[in-house]
Design a protein around this ligand. Structure first.
Ligand SMILES: *[C@@H]1O[C@H](CO)[C@@H](O)[C@H](O)[C@H]1NC(C)=O
Ligand SMILES: *[C@@H]1O[C@H](CO)[C@@H](O)[C@H](O)[C@H]1NC(C)=O
Ligand SMILES: *[C@@H]1O[C@H](CO)[C@@H](O)[C@H](O)[C@H]1NC(C)=O
Ligand SMILES: *[C@@H]1O[C@H](CO)[C@@H](O)[C@H](O)[C@H]1NC(C)=O
Ligand SMILES: *[C@@H]1O[C@H](CO)[C@@H](O)[C@H](O)[C@H]1NC(C)=O
Ligand SMILES: *[C@@H]1O[C@H](CO)[C@@H](O)[C@H](O)[C@H]1NC(C)=O
Ligand SMILES: *[C@@H]1O[C@H](CO)[C@@H](O)[C@H](O)[C@H]1NC(C)=O
Length: 802
C-alpha cells in the first residue's frame, strides 16, 4: 500500500518536472507548478550539485527535533538570522530553499500575505462567509468542515506552487466593544464560543485523518498550519487618536484569565494549533511580543504550545518607532522579543540587526537555535522536507469544486439571523410574489460580501442575482455612492420600484469603508441617508412585504426599523461570502429555515456614548458610570441580545433532567477560599475552592438533557445554547456564561433529546478578583436558551478544618 502511494507520487512529481521549473518557494509563487514538492528529494540535491545523503536533516529515520538541529547546526550565524523572518532566504549550499511563512486562510485561502498568489492556473478559491456569520450557526461540525475544505484548497495550491503551508488564521480576539472594526473577522463576544470555534476550525485546517492522536505531538503530521492571533487583549484598531500600534491595554489579571486569554488557551490546549501570533498593542506597559510572561511562561510553559510564536507583521519596527518602548535600539527590541519566547518575525529586523545583536552580546546564539528548531519542526510536520503522500494528489480539481461552492452557500444560509418577522411575513411565496424590488446600496454587491482577509472567489452570486431565481427583479441601487449614501438622486426610483412590486427587499448596511482593520466605528448607526431611504421605501410599499436585509459585521442600531410596522421582517446576513446573494434569497423564499443566532450583543447607539472604547474592563466601572460589556456583564436593555434569532417554525424545550447536587469534601490540605458577597447575602461556611486544588474528575460531572421539539409547521435547525449562572449574592460575577451549545435539525413535529455533560470545574467556575479560578458553593442555575428553562445545581463544599 505504501509502495503504491510512493509510486503514484513519483508520477505526479515527474509530471511537475515536465511542466515547470520553479523551486520550492512561495516567494516564487507566481510561477505555475513547482519542480519539487518537498526538500528532501535526492534529485533536487543532485540538480544543485549536492549529495542528499550528506545531510542528516533529510534522514527520515531520525526524529524531527534531531533533523532540525542538524540543519541549524550547519548554518553560520548570518545564515541563521536570514531564516528568522517570514521571507526566509534558505541556504543554497545546504540545499535549503527559501520559504515565505505568511499566508492567510480566515474564511478560505486569502490574498493577504506574501505566501499566496492567485494565478492563471489557480484564479480563485472558495470564499466562505466572514467568520462572524459562520459563528452565528453555532454548528461545530460546520466550523470544522470549513477548515477542512479550506485546507484542502490550500494544500492543492501548495502543490501547484501558489501557496505556502503556514497560514496565520483564525483571528480569535474577543469583541469587547461594538465599535471594533475587525468584528467581522471574529467569532463574536463570548470567550467559550470563540475558543470552541478555534478548536474546530484549527483542527479542520491541521488534522490529517489517522494522525490525530500521535504520542509525540512534535511528530504529528499536519495538513496545513494554523495560527491563533492576535495574542492578546487586542481589540482596538483606530479610534479617535488611539491606534493599535501605540495602544497600551490596561487589563486586570482577572479579565485576562476570564476573557482575553481564554480562547487562546483553548486553541492551544484543545486545538493543538501550531502557531500563535502576538499582537501590536502593549498590555500593561509591555509590548506583547516582548513579554516573557505572556509568551514563554504562558503560551509555551503553561499551555504547552507545540509549534512557533510569530510576531505580527512589522511588530519589531512598531516597537522601536511607534511604541519607543524603553527607548530600545533595534538590537534591544529583537533581543527582548527573542528572550520573551518569540520564534519568528514577520518582518526583517532579525535579518538586518540579528547578527550585530548577537556579536555585541544582546542575543545568545542558542536562543536563535531554539527558535529555529521550533520553526523547522513545524515545517517538517507539514511535509515541507519529506512530502505527505496522501496529500500529493490534491490539485486544481480540488479548488472551487461544486461541492465547496455549495458549502459556502450553506454556511451563509445556516448563519443568517432573522431579527424580526411580524405576522409571519416571511417566508415569501413565489406563487404570490412575482415582482420583487431589490433596493439599497448593498443590493447588487459582490466583493462587499467577502469582506476582508479574502481571496479571489470562484464566482459571485449577488443579492440581486439570488432573487432573480425567484421572480422578476427590479433593482435600484438607490444611493449613488453606495453605503455612504450621501447621493440620494435615485431615492424616487427606489420608491417607485417599491410602489410597483409585490415585495420589497432593502439591502442596507456597511462595508469595509466603515469597519475594517485599522478603522473602528464612531457610532452604531446606518451611514448617510440609509435610514431615510428605508423609511421612504417602506412607506411606498403600502403594506406589502418589506424586508430589511442588514449586511454588516458589527451591530447596527436599527431601532427605527424594529419599531416600524411597515418593515415586517429584518435579516442580519453578516458578510455572507461568495454565494451570499443566493443564501439570502433562499431564506427569504423559505428554501431554508433561518436558524442563526447573534454571536454578539446588539446595542442601541446610546451605549457607546456611555463608555470610551479604550476602557478595557468587562465589568461596569461605577466611578465613571461605564456599563458592563458583552452579555456577561451588561445589565441594560440590548436592542437584540446575544443568542437572539427567530425561525419560521417554533421550538419548545423541556428539561429531561432534574436538579443536581455536587458534593465535595475537602481534604486536610485543601482550603476553603473566601469570596466577596453583597450586603445581606448569605455566606456559606465554605464559600469556594480553587479549581486547581481539587480533582475535577467524574465526581464533579453532571448531565443536562434537554428535550427539543419542533412544534411548528416547518422543518428546521435550532441552536440550543446552555448557560450557567453563579449563586446569588456573590459580588462582581458574570450575569451568566455560555457553557455549551448544540445545533439540531428537527422535522416539523419531531423531537430529540440533547445530552450535555458538564464538569463543575469548567462550567460552574468563576474567576475571582485576584484571578484564581474558583468553584463557588451554593445554588448555581443552568439556563437553557433565552431563560426558558432553569435547572438548579447545588454545590456543597464541606471543609475538613476545625
Ligand atoms: C523575499 O526575499 C527575496 C530575496 O531576497 C526578494 O527577492 C523578495 O522580493 C522578498 N519578498 C518579499 C515579499 O519581501
Ligand atoms: C526616552 O527618551 C526620551 C527622549 O530622550 C526621554 O524623554 C524619555 O524619558 C525616555 N524614556 C525612557 C523610558 O527611557
Ligand atoms: C550594533 O549594535 C550596537 C549596539 O546595539 C549599535 O550601537 C551599533 O550601531 C550597531 N551596529 C550596526 C552596524 O548596526
Ligand atoms: C398583523 O396583521 C393584522 C391583520 O392584517 C394587523 O391588524 C396587524 O397590525 C399586523 N401586526 C403587525 C405587527 O404588523
Ligand atoms: C451589478 O453588479 C455587477 C457586478 O459588479 C455589474 O456588472 C452590474 O452592472 C450591476 N448591475 C446593476 C444593475 O447595477
Ligand atoms: C451543521 O453543518 C453541517 C455541515 O454543513 C450540516 O451537514 C448539518 O446539517 C448542520 N447541522 C444542523 C443541525 O443544521
Ligand atoms: C440522553 O438523555 C436521554 C434522556 O435522559 C436518555 O434517554 C438517552 O439515553 C441519553 N443519550 C445518550 C447518548 O446519553
Amino acid at each position: 500500500m505504501a509502495n503504491l502511494t510512493a509510486l503514484v507520487s513519483f508520477f505526479v512529481l515527474f509530471f511537475f518536472t515536465l511542466t515547470s521549473a520553479s523551486e520550492i518557494s512561495s516567494s516564487n509563487a507566481s510561477s505555475a507548478t513547482r519542480k519539487y514538492t518537498h526538500v528532501c528529494d535526492p534529485q533536487r540535491f543532485a540538480d544543485q550539485g549536492l549529495d542528499m545523503s550528506d545531510f542528516h536533516f533529510c534522514d527520515k529515520l531520525l526524529r524531527y527535533e534531531i533533523r532540525a538541529k542538524d540543519l541549524i547546526d550547519r548554518m553560520t550565524l548570518a545564515e541563521k538570522m536570514n531564516q528568522m523572518g517570514d521571507n526566509s532566504t534558505g541556504v543554497f549550499r545546504l540545499g535549503l530553499p527559501p520559504y515565505e511563512w505568511w499566508s492567510e486562510i480566515l474564511h478560505g485561502v486569502a490574498t493577504t500575505g506574501f505566501g499566496t498568489k492567485f494565478t492563471k492556473e489557480v484564479p480563485g478559491a472558495t470564499s466562505f462567509p466572514n467568520v462572524i456569520l459562520t459563528a452565528a450557526t453555532f454548528n461545530e461540525s460546520l466550523w470544522k468542515l470549513i477548515g477542512q475544505v479550506s485546507s484542502t484548497e490550500a494544500r492543492a495550491m501548495y502543490n501547484l506552487g501558489t501557496a505556502g503551508l503556514t497560514f496565520w488564521s483564525p483571528n480569535i480576539n474577543v469583541v469587547r466593544d461594538p465599535r471594533w472594526g475587525r468584528t467581522l473577522e471574529t467569532p463574536g463576544e463570548d470567550p467559550f464560543v470563540i475558543g470552541t470555534y478555534s478548536i474546530n476550525f484549527v483542527r479542520g485546517l491541521q488534522d490529517i485523518e489517522g494522525f490525530v492522536h500521535v504520542r509525540n505531538p512534535n511528530s504529528r503530521p499536519l495538513k496545513i498550519g494554523g495560527c491563533c492571533k492576535h495574542y492578546t487583549a487586542y481589540d482596538i484598531d483606530k479610534w479617535h487618536d488611539i491606534d493599535r500600534h501605540s495602544f497600551d491595554a490596561k487589563v486586570t489579571e482577572r479579565d485576562m484569565v476570564e476573557t482575553f486569554n481564554r480562547p487562546f488557551e483553548m486553541c492551544i490546549r484543545e486545538g493543538d494549533v501550531v502557531s500563535v501570533m502576538c499582537s501590536f498593542n502593549n498590555v500593561n506597559g509591555i509590548p506583547t511580543c516582548s513579554d516573557p510572561k505572556l509568551l514563554g511562561e504562558t503560551i509555551r510553559g503553561e499551555w504547552g504550545l507545540n509549534g512557533y510564536i510569530t510576531s505580527d507583521c512589522c511588530s519589531m519596527d512598531v516597537i522601536v518607532h511607534r511604541q519607543k518602548w524603553l527607548n530600545d535600539s533595534n538590537e534591544d527590541v529583537i533581543a527582548q522579543s527573542l528572550n520573551a519566547g518569540l520564534d519568528l518575525e514577520c518582518g526583517w529586523y532579525f535579518q538586518r540587526y540579528g547578527e550585530n545583536a548577537t556579536m555585541n552580546g544582546r542575543i545568545k546564539e542558542r536562543d536563535i537555535d531554539r527558535a529555529l528548531k521550533n520553526n523547522y519542526v513545524v515545517l517538517m510536520r507539514l511535509g515541507f522536507f519529506d512530502g505527505i503522500p496522501s496529500l500529493e494528489s490534491l490539485g486544481k480539481k480540488d479548488i472551487c469544486s461544486d461541492e465547496h461552492i455549495e458549502l459556502a452557500a450553506d454556511a451563509a444560509r445556516q448563519g443568517i439571523v432573522m431579527l424580526k418577522n411580524d405576522n409571519q411575513t416571511l417566508p415569501l411565496s413565489s406563487s404570490t410574489v412575482k415582482n420583487i424590488a431589490v433596493v439599497g446600496p448593498n443590493g447588487n454587491v459582490t466583493d462587499t460580501m467577502i469582506g476582508n482577509y479574502a481571496g479571489i472567489p470562484c464566482k459571485y452570486t449577488s443579492p440581486k442575482d439570488g432573487f432573480s431565481k425567484y421572480g422578476n427583479v427590479i433593482f435600484v441601487k438607490s444611493c449613488g455612492d453606495g453605503t455612504p449614501c450621501t447621493k440620494t438622486d435615485d431615492f424616487p426610483a427606489a420608491v417607485e420600484a417599491a410602489n410597483n412590486a409585490d415585495a420589497t427587499i432593502i439591502v442596507a448596511g456597511l462595508d469595509l469603508g466603515f469597519e475594517r482593520e485599522e478603522f473602528d466605528r464612531d457610532d452604531l448607526k446606518l451611514p448617510g441617508q440609509q435610514t431615510d431611504l428605508i423609511n421612504q421605501v417602506s412607506n411606498a410599499a403600502k403594506g406589502r412585504p418589506v424586508i430589511l436585509v442588514v449586511m454588516s459585521g458589527g451591530c447596527i442600531d436599527i431601532s427605527f426599523a424594529k419599531n416600524n410596522p411597515k418593515i415586517q421582517s429584518i435579516l442580519w446576513v453578516g458578510y455572507p461570502g461568495e454565494e451570499g446573494g443566493r443564501a439570502i434569497a433562499d431564506v427569504v423564499f423559505g428554501n431554508h429555515n433561518p436558524s442563526g443566532k447573534l454571536p454578539v450583543t446588539w446595542y442601541t447607539n446610546d451605549y457607546i456614548e456611555k463608555l470610551p472604547m479604550n476602557s478595557m474592563s468587562l465589568r461596569p466601572v461605577p466611578e465613571f458610570g461605564y456599563p458592563g460589556r458583552t452579555y456577561k456583564f451588561f445589565k441594560g436593555e440590548a436592542l437584540y441580545p446575544f443568542g437572539y434569532g427567530l425561525s419560521y417554525t417554533e421550538f419548545q424545550y423541556s428539561m429531561v433532567s432534574s436538579g443536581k447536587a455536587l458534593h465535595l469534601k475537602l481534604g486536610r490540605l485543601q482550603h476553603c477560599r473566601d469570596l466577596a458577597y453583597e450586603d445581606g447575602a448569605a455566606r456559606p461556611p465554605c464559600p469556594a475552592v480553587v479549581v486547581d486544588d481539587i480533582n475535577c474528575g467524574r465526581m464533579l460531572e453532571f448531565e443536562v438533557d434537554v428535550l427539543v421539539k419542533n412544534v411548528g409547521k416547518m422543518d428546521g435547525s435550532e441552536a440550543v445554547i446552555v448557560y450557567s449562572k453563579p449563586p446569588e449574592g456573590i459580588m462582581e460575577t458574570h450575569i451568566k456564561q455560555v457553557i455549551g451549545f448544540q445545533r439540531v435539525f428537527l422535522k416539523a413535529g419531531e423531537s430529540k433529546t440533547l445530552n450535555f455533560t458538564f464538569n463543575g470545574c469548567k462550567s460552574l467556575m468563576l474567576v475571582d478578583k485576584t484571578a484564581y479560578k474558583v468553584l463557588p458553593s451554593g445554588k448555581h442555575m443552568i439556563v437553557v436558551g433565552d431563560e426558558e428553562l432553569f435547572l438548579p445545581v447545588q454545590v456543597n463544599i464541606q471543609s475538613n478544618h476545625k
